[in-house]
Design a protein around this ligand. Structure first.
Ligand code: ZN
Length: 477
C-alpha cells in the first residue's frame, strides 16, 4: 500500500517551483479553496500509509491465538471473556439483553455456560474430552449426566464421514438437546459397552451480550462494521473477523474522521437482530456498512454487495479491488450468509455489504477443527485490513470538486504540470479537470476513468495547489 502526496514523492516536475499560479496549501486554506474535509482525507491517508501491515498481521494472529481456546457461544461467559479482551484494545461498551426479551420475531434465549464435558468408557478413560477441544460438545447442549450403551449414545454423536479426522462444529441454539462431535475415525473405533456421558452445562435466565465501539466523527453519519463473535475454537470463521475489526477500530481511533464509526461485535443472527431492535432510532445514520467474516484465509477477497446493489460502499469496495493487482471476486447480494441478512432485511435495507475472503461453506475446513490457527495467515489478515482501510479512505475523501478553469483546458505546461510523473498521473489530471463540474465525486470519477482513486486524489491536490480546482462544500449524498 503506497500512497504519496504533495511533498512526498509526488514526482510531478516543477510542482514546487515558485510560479505565478502556484497557491500554497496555507494560502488555499485561507482562500477557502481547500476545505477541512480535504485535509481530513489527507491525514487519514497519511495514517493509512504509515500503517505497518505486516506488524498488524502479526498482532491480529496473536489476538486470534489468545481468543482461540475460549468456548464462545451466542450467550455466556466465553462471549463475555472474549469481549473483555477486545475491550482492552479498543473502547468497547458491552450491553446485556436479558433472556426473554422480544426482539422482532425472536426471543433472547437462555444463557448457556459450560464447565466440562466428556464421554468415559468402562475403564474410566475420557474417550471424548471437552478439555481437549471445545468443538467436542454440540454448542448450547443441555446438561446431561447418564450411563448409556453405545446404541443409545450413537444418535447424539456427530462426525464427518468424508473428513474422518476432523471434528465438526455443531450447534443447537434454538432446540434444547445435547450432543458430542468427534472425528469419524474415532467414532467408528468405539466399542460396545456402557459409557458415562456428562455435559456439565447450564441453561438459565441471564443475558445476551454484545460489544459496541463507537468512534465519533465530525458528522453523525455512520459507517457500520459488524462481526460475529459467537464461534468457539474456530479461527477463520470467526476470529479473523474479530481481529480485523479490532485492528481497524484501533487504527481509526487515532485517525481524523469525518464519519462516525460504529463497530459491533455480536453473536450471529440474534446479536444484530437485538441491536437493530434496540437501536431503530440510530439506523438512519448508517450510510455505509460492512459485515466482516472469514477474512484470514489464503483465498482472494470476495465481496458480496448489499441488497441495494450499488450503494456507495459497494462501489467503493469494488473500486479499491479493481485497483489492486491481486485477483478478487464480487458477487451480488443473496439473502444467505452472515449478519448482512439482518441489516439488509427489507424493513431496514441498509447499505451493508459482506467483506470476506473465501466465503463460508466454500472451503473444506469450514466449521471443522481444521479451521485452526494454521488455517489463517498474518499476510492475508493484513491484506484484508489494508483493503478495508483503502475503502474507508475512499469513503472519507469521496467529495466533488469544481474546475476553476472550465472553459477549455488550462495550460498545464505553463504551470509546470507537464510532463506529469507518468501517463497515468497525466490522465488523472485530465480526468479530474474534465469531470469536476461539482456533481461528480472522486468515486464517480474513479469509476468512469478506471484510474485508482489514490492517483486521482493526488491529482486533486496538485490541481488545488495550482488554483485549478476547489472542493465543493456540498457532499454528494
Ligand atoms: Zn460460522
Amino acid at each position: 500500500m503506497s500512497v504519496s502526496y504533495l511533498g512526498h514523492r509526488s514526482g510531478i516536475p516543477g510542482k514546487h517551483r515558485d510560479g505565478a499560479n502556484r497557491v500554497s496549501r496555507r494560502q488555499a486554506l485561507r482562500q477557502g479553496s481547500m476545505t477541512g474535509g480535504d485535509l481530513r482525507a489527507r491525514q487519514l491517508s497519511h495514517l493509512r500509509a504509515s500503517v505497518d501491515l505486516p506488524s498488524e498481521g502479526r498482532k491480529m494472529l496473536d489476538l486470534i491465538g489468545e481468543l482461540f481456546p475460549i468456548c464462545r457461544s451466542i450467550t455466556g461467559a466465553g462471549l463475555r471473556q472474549s469481549l473483555k479482551r477486545v475491550g482492552e484494545l479498543i473502547p468497547l461498551a458491552t450491553h446485556e439483553v436479558p433472556t426473554g426479551t422480544q426482539v422482532f420475531d425472536w426471543t433472547v434465549p437462555k444463557e448457556w455456560n459450560i464447565a466440562d464435558a466428556y464421554i468415559k468408557d468402562r475403564d474410566g478413560r475420557r474417550v471424548v474430552d471437552f478439555r481437549d477441544n471445545n468443538l467436542h460438545v454440540v454448542n448450547y447442549s443441555a446438561p446431561v449426566n447418564a450411563r448409556m450403551s453405545l446404541a443409545e449414545l450413537r444418535p447424539q454423536l456427530h462426525s464427518l464421514p468424508d473428513q474422518p479426522d476432523l471434528i465438526p462444529y455443531r450447534t443447537t441454539y434454538y432446540a434444547e438437546t445435547w450432543g458430542f462431535c468427534l472425528p469419524h475415525r474415532q467414532l467408528e473405533s468405539l466399542t460396545d459397552g456402557e459409557y458415562e456421558v456428562v455435559i456439565d452445562s447450564s441453561l438459565r435466565d441471564g443475558a445476551l451480550t454484545y460489544g459496541e465501539c463507537v468512534l465519533p466523527g465530525q458528522v453523525e453519519d455512520e459507517v457500520l462494521i459488524s462481526t460475529h463473535i459467537c464461534h468457539p475454537s474456530l479461527a477463520n470463521d470467526n476470529l479473523s473477523g474479530v481481529a480485523v475489526a479490532t485492528a481497524l477500530a484501533q487504527i481509526l481511533a487515532s485517525a481524523p474522521r469525518r464519519y462516525t464509526y460504529r463497530f459491533l461485535f455480536v453473536p450471529g443472527t440474534i446479536g444484530p437482530i437485538a441491536w437493530l431492535a434496540r437501536n431503530q432510532d440510530k439506523v438512519r445514520r448508517i450510510k455505509h456498512g460492512l459485515v466482516l467474516a472469514c477474512v484470514g484465509d489464503r483465498g482472494s477477497i470476495n465481496y458480496k454487495r448489499s441488497r441495494q446493489g450499488s450503494a456507495d460502499i459497494d462501489r467503493a469496495v469494488e473500486c479499491v479491488l479493481r485497483s489492486k493487482a491481486t485477483p478478487f471476486e464480487v458477487r451480488d447480494f443473496s439473502p444467505y450468509g452472515y449478519d448482512e441478512r439482518q441489516y439488509c432485511s427489507p424493513g431496514f435495507d441498509l447499505p451493508v455489504g459482506s467483506f470476506r475472503r473465501t466465503p463460508h461453506g466454500e472451503y473444506q475446513e469450514y466449521h471443522t477443527s481444521a479451521d485452526n490457527l494454521d488455517f489463517v495467515s498474518g499476510a492475508h489478515l493484513a491484506d484484508s485490513l489494508g483493503t478495508l482501510l483503502e475503502a474507508i479512505d475512499l469513503l472519507e475523501s469521496d467529495v466533488a470538486f469544481r474546475n476553476l478553469n472550465p472553459k477549455c483546458e488550462p495550460q498545464l505546461g505553463r504551470r509546470g504540470l507537464l510532463p506529469a510523473a507518468s501517463e497515468r498521473a497525466q490522465m488523472a489530471l485530465l480526468w479530474m479537470l474534465n469531470l469536476s463540474d461539482g456533481d461528480n465525486s472522486l468515486l464517480d470519477i474513479a469509476e468512469r476513468s478506471g484510474l485508482p482513486f489514490g492517483e486521482l486524489r493526488r491529482a486533486t491536490e496538485i490541481l488545488i495547489e495550482h488554483g485549478l480546482l476547489e472542493e465543493c462544500a456540498k457532499r454528494r449524498q
